[in-house]
Design a protein around this ligand. Structure first.
Ligand code: HAS
Length: 546
């Protein structure tokens, strides 16, 4: 294992991270404008409307910021722990990067031209320009090439280190990309065989239910593709930052394997209220959804154990004495920690969503919007910021200064307060029945809508605080990349506790995990998909399977 990321590999990682933060800025501007347009406070020129801004916000933050940041971070982690990337992997990384960047640019231009106002889920019958779907295809293909690059580097390391488990963080990077590859098959199929032919006009109808099902086959593991890199930081980076040890290497690997197995065959929990799917299959997928909660509970357990063991080593005595021993003044810890803390209510909200009857109360309300602003936009985003504070200076040969550390802590506090108002209001007003994805102006003076108005103000206040937090993070990032003093910032990688059990090698039996994952997917999806095709409304298949 090397202490530093090789310079060439660092450039690859940095390029990804640069695109991620440009997307963060543009997506945040769209987010702020969207809040004002939605509440009817401003009207924008050139007919720029709520849904166009919402699409830009969702695509740039949910898809572009995350995917680019994740691939950049994963490449850096693989290079740091398995050594400089070999020629094939580095090339694959750059090819993937350019495919993704070109694809993103095409899709963004289409959104800006108002030719792809279809939201980030692009549900049919909303239709975008074919170029939007082609752009998305390039992003997916690019990410596959990047994934293959990482697999190649990992395989080369395994060949040279026969009989040894791969470094934990590289194992996690490979697991995350494997999950992504299996998941994106769904979106690739619907885009290539349904949306592109339909948007070019080669066929005049589309099987909506099938397209939504293929989307959610991808959409739920997508959220774990966002989450797992945050877990990589929580499991591997944080123990080192707090001066402790990784509680158990084997437990961490098991959690990642469980995500590969259970995060895909669960898409129906986004479609519980959709007709056309037999309740039996919905039930099966809800059961599997509850299975995918387990690795998160394991993660919570492991984190508490790491915190407690490290605190006790530093002399903490009472039941919660370890809490005081955590490095509260270190932003590399503080930002991800706030992400963890918020993941507790965020996860509870997910369990509410997944609980069949409760879903009837919250589905398509702002409660769901509140849920994902806590999960991806807080737990994941704050962790990604926490990573950036040391990763960017590490890659640019600079250091995280005391002042930037302090500013990072202020940024984290702003983000948390902003999200408390915004997401708190979304959860509450959602329970009162306020629909998601609807401009407030369309409510008119509907009596029920009057009760929602105070929450609208809370959301706007939260949104404004968040925008200030975005400006702060962008300033810090630019400072760390270009102006911070030269030096060497540590790339923290934790060591496993001496008391942990040895790691069994079967965790790297990929054939086994891919096999079980395939069986679960086939079990959960085959019959309902055949049903959807055979019982589609006349002429609406878009393509005929048989
Ligand atoms: Fe979700 C909708 C169910 C997790 C994102 N989710 C969404 C959407 C998004 C999203 C974007 O079943 C909207 C999609 C759309 O546009 O329509 N979600 C779940 C469940 C979980 C879950 C069961 N979601 C996530 C994560 C996301 C995310 C993670 C992004 C990263 N979600 C749903 C459902 C819907 C849904 C339904 C559809 C709703 C509808 O009707 O449309 C679970 O994975 C959650 C498990 C989490 C836990 C928490 C563990 C806590 C940990 C922290 C420990 C803290 C420590 C700190 C140690 C069990 C690990 C120390 C603390 C001290 C106090 C010292």
């Amino acid at each position: 294992m090397t202490e530093f990321v090789n310079k060439k590999d660092g450039q690859l990682a940095l390029s990804h991270i640069a695109v991620a933060f440009i997307a963060l800025f543009l997506g945040a501007v769209a987010g702020l404008l969207q809040t004002f347009v939605r509440s009817g406070e401003i009207e924008l020129p050139a007919g720029i409307g709520y849904y166009q801004l919402l699409t830009a916000h969702g695509v740039l933050l949910g898809l572009v910021f995350t995917t680019f940041f994740i691939i950049g971070f994963l490449y850096s982690a693989v290079s740091r722990t398995t050594g400089a990337l070999n020629t094939f992997s580095l090339k694959a990384g750059w090819i993937g990067f350019w495919f993704m960047t070109i694809g993103t640019s095409i899709a963004t231009v289409m959104i800006l031209l108002n030719k792809a106002t279809v939201l980030y889920t692009f549900y049919a019958p909303l239709q975008a320009s074919p170029w939007f779907y082609i752009g998305l295809t390039l992003v997916v293909v690019g990410s596959w090439v990047s994934g293959i690059g990482m697999f190649h580097q990992y395989a080369a390391w395994k060949k040279e280190n026969k009989g040894k488990p791969a470094p934990l963080i590289s194992f996690m990077a490979v697991s995350t990309m494997l999950l992504w590859l299996i998941a994106t098959i769904g979106v690739a199929v619907t885009v290539l065989f349904q949306f592109i032919p339909w948007s070019f006009g080669w066929v005049d109808k589309i099987n909506i239910l099938l397209s939504r099902t293929l989307f959610w086959y991808f959409g739920h593991p997508l959220v774990y593709f966002w989450l797992l890199p945050a877990y990589m930081c929580w499991y591997v980076i944080i123990p080192k930052v707090i001066g402790g040890k990784i509680f158990s290497d084997a437990l961490a690997r098991l959690a990642f394997v469980l995500f590969i197995l259970f995060s895909i065959p669960v898409g129906f929990h986004h479609q519980i209220l959709e007709s056309g799917i037999d309740p039996f299959w919905k039930f099966i997928q809800i059961v599997l959804t509850f299975m995918v909660i387990i690795p998160s509970l394991m993660t919570a357990f492991a984190l508490f154990a790491t915190f407690e063991l490290s605190g006790r080593e530093k002399g903490a005595k009472s039941l919660f004495g370890w809490f005081k021993k955590l490095p509260w003044g270190d932003v590399r810890f503080f930002a991800p920690f706030m992400g963890m803390l918020i993941f507790i209510p965020a996860g509870a909200g997910g369990i509410v969503n997944a609980s069949h009857q409760l879903n009837q109360v919250v589905h398509n309300t702002l409660f769901v919007t509140g849920h994902f602003h806590l999960t991806v936009a807080t737990s994941v985003a704050l962790t990604f910021f926490g990573i950036s504070y040391w990763l960017i200076p590490h890659l640019t040969g600079r250091t995280l200064t005391k002042k930037m550390n302090q500013l990072g802590i202020i940024q984290t506090v702003f983000w948390t307060i902003g999200m408390f108002f915004m997401s708190g209001a979304m959860h509450t007003v959602g329970l009162l029945g306020a629909p998601r994805r609807t401009a407030f102006t369309t409510y008119g003076d509907h009596p029920e809508a009057l009760a929602w108005m105070p929450y609208k103000t809370a959301m706007a206040v939260g949104g404004a605080i968040l925008f200030v937090a975005i400006l702060l993070i962008l300033y810090i990032i630019v400072y760390l990349a270009f102006w911070a003093p030269k030096g060497q910032e540590e790339y923290p990688i934790g060591e496993v506790s001496n008391d942990a059990e040895p790691t069994p090698l079967f965790f790297e039996n990929w054939k086994l995990w891919i096999g079980i994952s395939a069986v679960l997917i086939i079990l959960a999806y085959t019959v309902p998909i055949i049903d959807m095709i055979q019982n589609a409304p006349p002429g609406s298949q878009g393509f005929k399977l048989w």
